[in-house]
Design a protein. Structure first.
Ligand code: PHE
Ligand code: FE
Length: 296
């Protein structure tokens, strides 16, 4: 699930006040389960040696290799025993306060629909493969699980501090960590962001392509940087470890950071700044060959 713009302002028919709906696991067709299995097999062929160790451990611990779209109730039981998290279904993107409240209470909101067979490679809305395969394995890691809950509390606090006005900065943090983050492990880069690990093409691009920048994570730097939602990223930010990501974000009082970021210019999407720790200075050749970027 991306924390992003949303269309609905009230829970739709059939949704609870907290916007959750039944997953409707019994209603999935054989063909829909087969789409999950195809996507799963494709990613499993790519991810060893590319995905962070914690992500791969999570797949095993949650037994996500079992065939078919996972049943959220069974998945939640396993996850609850490991880190106290649950997975609940929602009908698409939900309002920010609802999203934050679920995270703060260790409920991960997931779409229940699965992409069509002709959308295996790319779709913009988060489906059950992105949400469950992409996000849930790391929720089995105690450190990352704490980070996601802290993020939810941080979102509620940001709303208290400034209403909507600081959410842009928090969304960039989410984007460049939870959705598209890289981590250094044993001297090599590994992918952990859900948007990367759930995409075959981006699992390769994010690590191997010469086009994007790869830059050391810095909280204020990330909060100032534009991102794109419609194509491969032009920047990836590299954390030294999940412990360090959790430590920095929990120990930092974001109130003065929001004020400082709001007073500074936005960093253009592919710019490299003098203070950056540059792992890769990207050529941006891929981005330049594609027209019509949507920047957020
Ligand atoms: N420390 C942040 C604050 O003061 C909260 C937060 C923690 C946000 C972890 C994101 C991730 O608001
Ligand atoms: Fe997501």
């Amino acid at each position: 699930m991306a924390q992003d713009t949303h269309v609905l302002t009230r829970p739709p028919e059939g949704a609870g006040a907290d916007w959750t709906i039944p997953q409707g696991w019994d209603a999935y067709t054989t063909a829909e389960h087969a789409i999950w299995d195809t996507l799963y097999a494709r990613q499993l062929a790519l991810l060893p040696g590319r995905a962070s160790a914690a992500f791969l451990r999570g797949l095993d611990a949650l037994r996500l290799s079992e065939a078919g779209i996972p049943n959220f109730e069974e998945l939640s039981q396993r996850l609850m025993a490991l880190t106290g998290w649950q997975v609940v279904a929602v009908p698409g993107l939900v309002p920010d306060d609802v999203f934050f409240d679920h995270l703060a209470n260790r409920r991960f909101v997931a779409g229940n629909f699965i992409r069509r067979a002709d959308q295996l490679d790319y779709l913009e809305e988060p489906d059950v493969f992105h949400d469950v395969f992409g996000h849930v394995p790391l929720l089995a890691d105690p450190v990352f699980a704490d980070y996601m809950a802290a993020y939810g509390r941080g979102g509620l606090r940001a709303l208290d501090l400034g209403g909507e006005k600081y959410l842009k900065y928090l969304s960039r943090l989410y984007w460049y960590t939870v959705e598209f983050g890289l981590v250094e492990e044993g001297g090599a880069l590994r992918i952990y962001g859900s948007g990367i690990v759930s995409s075959g093409a981006e699992s390769v691009f994010a690590l191997d392509d010469g086009s994007p920048n790869r830059i050391g994570f810095d909280l204020e730097r990330v909060m100032r940087t534009e991102y794109r939602i419609d194509d491969f990223q032009q920047n990836y930010f590299v954390i030294p470890s999940f412990d360090e990501l959790l430590r920095v974000t929990v120990e930092t009082d974001f109130a003065p950071v929001y004020a400082a970021v709001a007073a500074q210019d936005t960093i253009r999407i592919a710019d490299i700044l003098p203070g950056d720790r540059v792992f890769t200075r990207g050529t941006q050749a891929y981005a330049q060959a594609r027209a019509g970027a949507k920047l957020v």
